[in-house]
Design a protein around this ligand. Structure first.
Ligand code: MG
Length: 255
C-alpha cells in the first residue's frame, strides 16, 4: 500500500465513522433532479455598508469562538483570509443574531481534490442552535463540474431547498453569498409560530427566493423545529479529506 493510498483510506474511514454515528439512511433525503442550470456572472460589489458589523476583516478571529469548547477560534488567518482548520472544528460568532442581512466570501482552493460532498465541503449556519452541525445550513461545497445530490450542492438549504440556478465559479476564484434571514418565531409552549425564511444571492444571482424552511437542516431524517432565540452564525469544518477552503470579508446588518 502506498503512503498516499494509506492516507486516503484513513481519511475515508474517519469520514465514514463520523457519519456512521448517526442512525438511518442519509440517501433517503438526497434529491438528484432537476439539476439547476449553470449561469455565469461577474464578482459583485461587497464593501461593508456603514451600519454593518464586520465579523471578519482579514486581520483576526476576535469575533469568533470554537463551537466545541467556546475557546478562541483556531482557524488560520493569512493573506487576509481565514482558512478552515478541520481538526479545530466548527467556529461561530461571539455575538447572537435574529433577523439580518449577511455578506460572506468563500474560496475553494485551486488544488481541490475529491468529489461529490467530499470536495470543499463547508457551510454557513444561518443560526447555530447548538453544538456540532445543529442549526440551519446554507451549503458550501465545490459545485463547479462536481456532481452531487442537488439539495446538497452549493447554495442549497441543505437537504431542503435546491438553488434556482448554479452560478458556481471555478476552484481558486472568490465567490459570494448575500443572505437575508428571518429567524423562526416560537410560542411560549415551544410550538412554531412562524417558520424561518431565507433569500440568498450567490455570486450576485438569486438562488433562494424567500424560502420557508421546514426546520433545522439534517444529514439524516426529516427536518423539524425546536424552540430557540437569537443565535450565533456558524461556519463548518467538515470532516471530508479534501483541502480546506478559505473565507474573507464577512459582515452583517441587524434588521
Ligand atoms: Mg456542509
Amino acid at each position: 500500500m502506498t503512503k498516499k493510498y494509506g492516507l486516503l483510506v484513513a481519511a475515508t474511514t474517519f469520514v465514514t465513522m463520523s457519519f456512521a454515528q448517526q442512525k438511518g439512511d442519509p440517501a433517503k433525503t438526497e434529491v438528484w433532479q432537476p439539476v439547476p442550470k449553470e449561469v455565469s456572472t461577474g464578482t459583485p460589489f461587497s464593501t461593508p455598508p456603514s451600519d454593518a458589523i464586520v465579523l471578519f476583516d482579514g486581520k483576526n478571529l476576535d469575533n469568533w469562538i470554537s463551537v466545541k469548547d467556546s475557546s478562541a477560534a483556531k482557524w488560520e488567518v493569512k493573506n487576509g483570509e481565514m482558512v478552515v482548520n478541520k481538526k479545530a472544528g466548527n467556529i461561530q460568532t461571539k455575538q447572537s443574531f435574529t433577523d439580518y442581512q449577511l455578506h460572506l466570501e468563500w474560496k475553494i482552493p485551486a488544488n481541490i481534490t475529491g468529489s461529490g460532498q467530499l470536495r470543499g465541503n463547508s457551510g454557513l449556519f444561518l443560526a447555530s442552535t447548538g453544538g456540532g452541525d445543529a442549526g440551519y445550513e446554507l451549503q458550501i461545497v465545490d459545485s463547479y463540474n462536481n456532481k452531487t445530490y442537488v439539495n446538497g450542492q452549493a447554495a442549497s438549504i441543505y437537504k431542503q431547498s435546491i438553488p434556482l440556478v448554479n452560478p458556481a465559479k471555478k476552484p481558486g476564484e472568490w465567490q459570494t453569498y448575500d443572505v437575508a434571514w428571518t429567524a423562526p418565531r416560537f410560542n411560549e409552549d415551544g410550538s412554531l409560530k412562524s417558520p424561518a425564511r431565507v433569500t440568498v444571492f450567490y455570486n450576485g444571482v438569486l438562488v433562494q427566493n424567500n424560502y420557508e424552511l421546514t426546520g433545522e437542516t439534517l444529514y439524516i431524517g426529516t427536518p423539524s423545529y425546536k424552540k430557540h432565540g437569537a443565535c450565533p452564525i456558524k461556519l463548518q469544518a467538515h470532516g471530508d479529506p479534501s483541502e480546506p477552503i478559505s473565507f474573507r470579508n464577512i459582515w452583517i446588518r441587524n434588521l
